[in-house]
Design a protein around this ligand. Structure first.
Ligand SMILES: [Zn+2]
Length: 391
């Protein structure tokens, strides 16, 4: 990376830290002529444009500089237990097109990844783009993921995927940076970047058919040593009986409070969607069962609160976004169990995302990578257009 090179200048523009030539010169300490050279490189690569509006700047008003959102597109895929969402985003992470498909995880990686590629090719054609416009590929999976290796590992609902080289398979069709992460980590990232960017410590809980969590520590997502950080769904909870969990152990949080467990107890349906449907109908047995699930989940969240001392806890997933019953149960236990210092400033909220949070998370992940100063400078240095022949 070149110190204060074009990549760094683009970062200042993209994050809004500097919007004009004089602001860039001020922030970087570069001379005006060097700033001009950096900008020329970015203009030539069509990565930025000059807005038509003047922005107030140091001294006199001048033209604002902006990231060209169509300099390239990003692929974002959120693989779910029931449904997979597949999207094409511009560099501002606006959705240019998306599809929802019911893909069976049990079909294995090759069938499923090829199906995703086929849907993407169709989608990109319909948007009127060429595949060469794709600058990066972000993929979220409902399993622990070795982030560096891009492989699923350990027990998960994705049986048959463990150790499979996903990146190598995808790269045959998509010769771009491919970033793969656990789906809850991506929800955590989206939540932090979109709604709580000014907070350093965030804990996210996804309460759906399964239960998982993610954490931002000191501003960055923490994945742990093996990508298993936050896998609270399969930690044992004492005092509520020890039902059989789908992982093979007994008495996991998920076996007591996950959507599938609630459906089992209610004797109807099999996942969070079925439970949420009953809640919406005002079914009192389902409401009682969800409140109890909130209190049980509260035990785990209280431990996490003591351990991490977060600024904010965000609840997502279908069980959290269907009414306030889960939130109420979790709040009650967390405030009871934690010391006042840890909860004095703590906020516990339900996510504001309605849908597509996973798509946003994979988008942030891949955009951060392709627009990172180091990655951009490397491409610009070898004289290539930054993202192949994008647009
Ligand atoms: Zn389990």
């Amino acid at each position: 990376m070149i110190e204060d090179g074009p990549g760094r200048v683009l970062e200042l523009i993209t994050t809004g830290s500097a919007r004009t030539r004089s602001e860039i010169a001020h922030v970087t300490g570069l001379s005006r002529s060097t700033v001009g050279q950096r900008l020329d490189t970015l203009f030539a690569a069509q990565l930025i444009f000059e807005s038509t509006e003047n922005v107030p700047s140091r001294g006199r008003p001048s033209r604002g500089l902006e990231l060209n959102p169509r300099a390239g597109v990003l692929i974002s895929v959120d693989v779910g237990e029931e449904r997979t969402r597949i999207a094409v985003l511009d560099l501002n992470l606006a959705i240019l097109g998306d599809r929802v498909a019911r893909l069976a995880l049990g079909d294995g990686p090759e069938v499923l990844l090829d199906r995703i590629t086929a849907i993407l090719r169709e989608l990109i054609g319909q948007i009127g783009l060429d595949q060469s416009a794709v600058a990066g590929f972000g993929l979220g999976l409902p399993a622990p993921v070795d982030y560096e290796a891009g492989r699923v590992q350990g027990w998960s609902i994705m049986s048959g995927w463990e150790g499979y080289d996903i990146r190598r398979h995808l790269r045959r069709s998509w010769p771009v940076p491919i970033l793969i992460d656990n789906d809850v980590n991506l929800l955590t990232l989206a939540e932090h970047r979109r709604h709580f960017a000014d907070q350093r410590h965030l804990f996210f809980v996804k309460a759906g058919t399964g239960i998982g969590s993610g954490m931002v520590i000191d501003g960055a997502v923490n994945r742990g040593a093996q990508g298993a950080a936050g896998d609270i769904g399969h930690a044992h909870i004492a005092g509520f009986g020890d039902p059989q969990c789908r992982c093979g152990n007994l008495g996991c949080l998920e076996s007591l409070a996950g959507g599938w467990a609630l459906a089992r107890d209610l004797g109807e349906g099999h996942d969070a969607r079925d439970v949420a449907e009953r809640i919406r109908r005002g079914d009192s047995a389902a409401v009682t069962s969800l409140r109890k699930a909130g209190r049980i989940m509260g035990e785990s969240v209280a431990y996490a609160t003591s351990l991490l001392n977060p600024d904010v806890i965000v609840l997502g997933g279908l069980l959290a976004t269907t009414g306030d019953d889960l939130l109420a149960g979790i709040r009650q236990v967390v405030y009871q169990r934690s010391l006042p210092l840890a909860t004095r400033q703590l906020r516990i909220v339900v996510t504001k995302y309605k849908a597509r949070a996973g798509i946003a998370g994979a988008g942030y992940l891949v955009r951060d990578h392709v627009l990172s100063p180091a990655a951009l400078d490397a491409r610009l240095l070898i004289g290539r257009s930054p993202f192949a022949d994008a647009l």
